[in-house]
Design a protein around this ligand. Structure first.
Ligand SMILES: [Zn+2]
Length: 207
């Protein structure tokens, strides 16, 4: 930097000699660390920072730019993304843990490797009467668009089916091996898709 320029370590701002003197006496300098700390949190808007520090919103916008932060609209978008990430359903949290890049759309839907994935929960459901009563897992087809649906099973595992195998409105299956004839074939088929993470493609990084 040229000799006539000064650099404020606290605010990480570059200023000319005269501006520097003025700067060291300013609100921006005295509250520099606080302003930076707030700008680092994308969910605090420029307006909110302006209100708390006692600057105009335009001044905060200028400072944010000088300090190298994204503009207000981008910070807002990042904030929304961070919030969604925090509220993501378990399937997406687990996908992320396995190294998949998850782009959340809402709490129960996200893009993974360009595929629209949704999560629903499976619930227990009794079939038959008295001594022939058996507990099955019941799953429903999600409404709306999706490429892959993951149902969270009560044991914490996921049944992961592609759209083309989710042609039912509602169906039941037994997640465990059983000796009972008749229902085993379809259950067997669903059991093959429990924890079928490969449907999502390759993770971005190895787990
Ligand atoms: Zn400063």
């Amino acid at each position: 930097m040229p000799n006539s320029m000064r650099y404020c370590q606290t605010c990480r701002l570059q200023l000319d000699k005269r501006g520097f003197k003025r700067h060291t006496l300013s609100v921006v300098h005295r509250k520099g660390k606080l302003i930076r700390a707030m700008l680092e949190r994308n969910c605090i808007t420029h307006a909110e920072i302006a209100r708390r520090i006692g600057l105009t919103r335009e001044r905060v916008r200028q400072l944010a730019r000088q300090m190298g932060f994204a503009d207000g609209r981008s910070r807002h978008a990042i904030c929304r993304m961070e919030r969604r990430r925090k509220e993501m359903a378990e399937f997406f949290v687990e996908a992320q843990r396995r190294g998949f890049a998850v782009e959340p759309l809402g709490t129960r839907s996200a893009y993974i490797n360009g595929k629209l994935c949704v999560q629903r929960n499976a619930c227990w459901h009794d079939i038959g009467k008295s001594e022939h009563k058996y507990a099955y897992l019941s799953i429903r087809q999600p409404g709306g668009r999706f490429d892959i649906c993951a149902w969270k099973l009560p044991d914490g595992r996921f049944l992961i089916l592609p759209k083309k195998l989710s042609g039912f409105r509602q169906t039941s299956f037994n997640p465990e091996e059983s000796d009972r004839l008749g229902t085993n074939s379809t259950s067997h088929y669903y059991r093959d898709y429990v924890e079928r993470w490969s449907l999502l493609g390759r993770p971005r990084r190895a787990k």
